[in-house]
Design a binder for this molecule. Structure first.
Ligand code: AMP
Length: 278
């Protein structure tokens, strides 16, 4: 496995390694089974597999959130080695954003809803870094998790709008046995908060059950989710959404497919989750 932090070396490797197909898995690192599912899928489907590990500062609005983001490069590299990855790109912020950097990729409406409304500028940071990674790796396929549902929608738009010649592969959310979606941020939860964190998936599932039983008022489902979260003393709802999964516009009367999503502060940690009902 080749590991590099420089763009020149990445390009040299990419050019000097002829392969029929390249898979790319972009990550922020502190890898868990969710990431590794993407990596394994990429391994199955491509001759060469690249992974980027970069805690991208431009997608973090809150500097404290960026500082506290968990990191363990040695452990990450060992997991990627075991998974049979060919190339790992671990740039510094100054490599991706050198002095004088001025260009931003802005995905207009899709990037302003849900997470974009709660975290202004977040998707400009995501779209910019992902466009750079696509240019650098020139992958045949890029792998993203359904866990970050809006991110997949924004990147679909980015690929189509900027004519990136690659396939977007979206992988299902990997969960702990109690339903909590795996996330690097879960490492920051204490024991009581970790218990509380199951509320995200419990609330989503409860709304899905009500929908199955015939509830079609989106407002009722949002209210139900809000009440379940409010019952947890350590949890505070940031937003809840019942939206069209393509436009991300809120629905009034639920029509499938529908994306149920929410963001919740559990203690100091902000968690997100979603389910897509086809
Ligand atoms: P991150 O390092 O959090 O930016 O995640 C890197 C990629 O892994 C993104 O495409 C995420 O959507 C995906 N991912 C993170 N957690 C999970 C999970 N629990 N299940 C599936 N994919 C995930």
């Amino acid at each position: 496995m080749h590991v590099t932090a420089t763009i020149d070396e990445l390009r040299a490797w990419r050019r000097g390694t002829p392969a029929a197909s390249w898979g790319l898995v972009p990550t922020l690192g502190f890898l868990h089974e969710g990431h590794l599912t993407l990596v394994r899928r990429a391994r199955q489907e491509n001759e060469q597999v690249g992974v980027s590990i970069f805690v991208n500062p431009t997608q973090f609005g809150d500097p404290a959130d960026l500082t506290r983001y968990p990191r363990d490069l040695e452990r990450d590299l060992s997991l990627l080695r075991q998974a049979g990855v060919d190339l790992v790109f671990t740039p510094e912020a100054a490599t991706m954003y050198p002095a004088g950097f001025q260009t931003r990729v802005h995905v207009a409406d899709l990037g302003q809803r849900l997470e974009g409304a709660a975290r202004p500028g977040h998707f400009d940071g995501v779209a910019t870094v992902v466009a750079k990674l696509f240019n650098l790796f020139q992958p045949t396929r890029a792998y993203f998790g359904q866990k970050d549902a809006q991110q997949t929608v924004v990147i679909r738009r980015l690929i189509d709008d900027l004519n990136f010649d690659l396939s977007l592969v979206i992988c299902p959310t990997v969960r702990a046995s109690d339903g909590l979606a795996l996330s690097s941020r879960n490492a920051r939860l204490n024991e009581a908060e970790r218990q509380t964190a199951t509320v995200l998936y419990r609330a989503l599932q409860s709304a899905a059950r009500h929908l199955d039983e015939g509830e079609i008022e989106a407002a009722v489902l949002r209210e139900l989710i809000a009440r379940i979260v409010a019952d947890e003393p350590l949890a505070r709802l940031d937003y809840v959404s019942v939206a069209d999964p393509d436009s991300l516009l809120e629905q009034d009367q639920v029509r499938r497919p529908v994306l149920l999503s929410l963001a919740v502060f559990v203690g100091p940690v902000r968690l997100i989750d979603n389910i897509l009902l086809e």
